[in-house]
Write a protein that binds this ligand. Sequence first.
Ligand code: K2U
Ligand code: ZN
Length: 170
Amino acid sequence: MIRTILIHPDPRLKKLCEPVAEITPELRQLAADMLETMYDAPGVGLAAPQVGVTKRLIVMDCIKDGTPEPMALFNPQILWSSEDQSVYEEGCLSIPDIYNDITRPTAVQVRWMDVDGKVQERQFAGLWATCVQHEIDHLNGKLFIDYLGPLKRQMITRKMEKLKREMARE
Ligand code: K2U
Ligand code: ZN
């Protein structure tokens, strides 16, 4: 089912998420709901804290046109990051309509547990690398606006507070 995406500022988006001990049917359902919610947004990634679950689970599908490649990563860890950096104009489903250039390592090696409880390891590059780093930041309570200066971050936070007040009035 499509879940509600939390909007910044929200304390649940700033929490350090707990590792997943074992893959339960509920967690498999959560991963499925997160993918459905991500496609509906639309987005190319989504982290569990964004739907109010402070557990270390992210979903991604960065394929734009072609066969979708949905992925669910439990307890993702970055083992290696490239020296090379890339700039990408990032957005966030929890900070609607705000986009900023963010610089991150161009490629990362990631280890995670998949829905079958199997440990996987893969190197990500391009949008996949940007996305997996953006999502793992969410699991550590970090938003892409935390890389911006304090004034810009404060302006964006005020804008989101206004948006939430207007949404509450609807
Ligand atoms: O975590 C999220 O809020 C989902 C983001 C993930 C993301 C942000 C920046 C760069 C790559 C992934 C959503 O996908 S935001 C919508 C979007 C869609 C396509 C490309 C970039 C951002
Ligand atoms: Zn985000």
